[in-house]
Design a protein around this ligand. Structure first.
Ligand code: NAD
Length: 387
């Protein structure tokens, strides 16, 4: 029997919710392009409930314990003496989430001789040291598409929040108890007519482009895989061969490429410097794609008019992380991909991956990042490994 170790974010500070704001979530059966939503053989949770926190347990406990497996769930993950570090050495499977990542470093992987499967309950497996996972003979899988639309909605929201100066205006009427119209509008613009670009036009990037089309903006993108001409024509897209050309051509940039050697630290002082003065960056991809301090400096100098996103490094960030106090920001914690709607899909997808693994059936190629000794499936298309 197997030992499965899940590292999930802590419950709400007031405890696991006894009830919810809404009675149900819409039933989604397929994604744009035809990929099916998760198809596990069974489900032991009610869609719409909090599944991603420790007490939610991704709805997996009954399934795993009925099989005779051991299921350990914890949020305690900071090395060297965490529950994660203590439980890892005899674990067969680790489940983690980008929102509260169990950083599976080379050292941690080396400490776990039985570890053969790392599942990301969500999307984005950069918290796993992929070269070490490959060398260790592991499979790394994620629930591709489970929260892509959720993130695209959040990214569009953060673009509008920045350009329309929402956060300071909200703060004037609530925190400061004022009615300061001039203060609120002196940085308030329309998105209409602006040049808006996405870096990475995969599942999320393309959904962002589609959602922005009705805003009457000029849409730009860059991706190592150019979109089909029909899509470019349908959405009126301008393609750029690299991030630099894209950055120099837009007023708003939304980042949707994975974190891998090609994208790490891509938006440094030099790259931000080629952008138009007063540009906005929204980053719901991964924090290490941008240079933390270059962002702060650009906001202070006015080179950037705003920065928003939900991804930080490390996660959770320390109390003195400069993005908590920088000007012209609209940051959230890493929540865009963990809506209650998305949780139902990524919990079901995690169960589907486990069922396949235990039965010896193939995991869907689109869920694979590493398999068979190298990058595989979505991993082979969207990631690179150094060396
Ligand atoms: P995807 O695999 O469908 O798309 C990624 C796209 O990025 C691909 O088209 C790929 O070709 C492109 N890309 C890769 N390297 C590139 C480079 N150097 N330059 C330009 N383009 C490049 O993935 P997705 O579902 O759209 O997710 C994208 C990323 O968003 C994830 O890898 C993850 O890091 C992040 N994400 C964040 C959240 C969140 O909650 N904030 C949730 C889901 C995903």
């Amino acid at each position: 029997m197997a030992k499965i170790l899940a590292v999930l974010y802590p419950d709400p500070v007031d405890g696991y919710p006894p009830d919810y704001a809404r009675d149900e979530i819409p039933a989604i059966t397929g994604y744009p392009g035809g990929q099916a939503t998760p198809t596990p053989r069974g489900l032991d949770f009610t869609p719409g409930q909090l599944l991603g926190s420790v007490s939610g347990e991704l709805g997996l406990r009954r399934f795993l314990e009925d099989r005779g497996d051991t299921y350990v769930v914890t949020s305690d993950k900071e090395p060297p003496d965490s529950t994660l570090d203590r439980e890892l050495p005899d674990s067969d499977v680790v489940i983690s989430q980008p929102f509260w990542p169990a950083y599976l470093t080379a050292e941690r992987i080396a400490s776990a001789p039985r570890l053969k499967l790392a599942i990301t309950a969500g999307i984005g497996s950069d918290h796993v040291d992929l070269p070490s996972a490959i060398a260790h003979g592991m499979t790394v899988a994620e629930v591709t598409f489970s929260n892509s639309i959720s993130v695209s909605e959040h990214a569009v929201m953060q673009i509008l929040i920045l350009v329309h100066n929402f956060v300071p205006a909200h703060d004037w009427v609530t925190g400061k108890k004022g009615w300061n119209i001039a203060d609120s509008v002196s940085r308030n613009y329309d998105l209409e007519g602006m040049d808006v670009g996405v870096l990475g036009s995969g599942r999320i990037g393309q959904a962002v482009l589609r959602r922005l089309k009705p805003f009457e903006v000029n849409l730009h993108y860059s991706d190592v895989h150019r979109l089909p001409r029909e899509v470019e024509e349908e959405l009126g897209l301008t393609w750029h061969p690299d991030a630099r050309s894209l950055a120099a051509s837009v007023d708003v940039l939304s980042i949707h490429a994975p974190l891998h050697p090609q994208t790490q630290n891509l938006f440094d002082e030099d790259m931000i410097g080629v952008m138009r003065r007063g540009s906005y960056i929204v980053n719901t991809a991964r924090a290490l794609i941008v240079d933390r301090d270059a962002v702060v400096a650009a906001l202070n100098s006015g080179q950037l008019a705003g920065y928003a996103g939900d991804v930080w490094y490390p996660q959770p960030p320390p109390p003195d992380h400069p993005w908590r106090t920088m000007p012209s920001e609209a940051m959230t914690p890493h929540v865009s991909g963990s809506t209650l709607s998305a949780q139902a899909r990524y919990a079901a997808g995690t169960r589907e991956i486990l069922e396949c693994w235990f039965d010896g059936r193939p995991i869907r190629p689109e869920y694979l990042i590493v398999d068979g000794g190298g990058l595989a499936g979505t991993g082979a298309r969207s990631y690179t490994v150094a060396g």
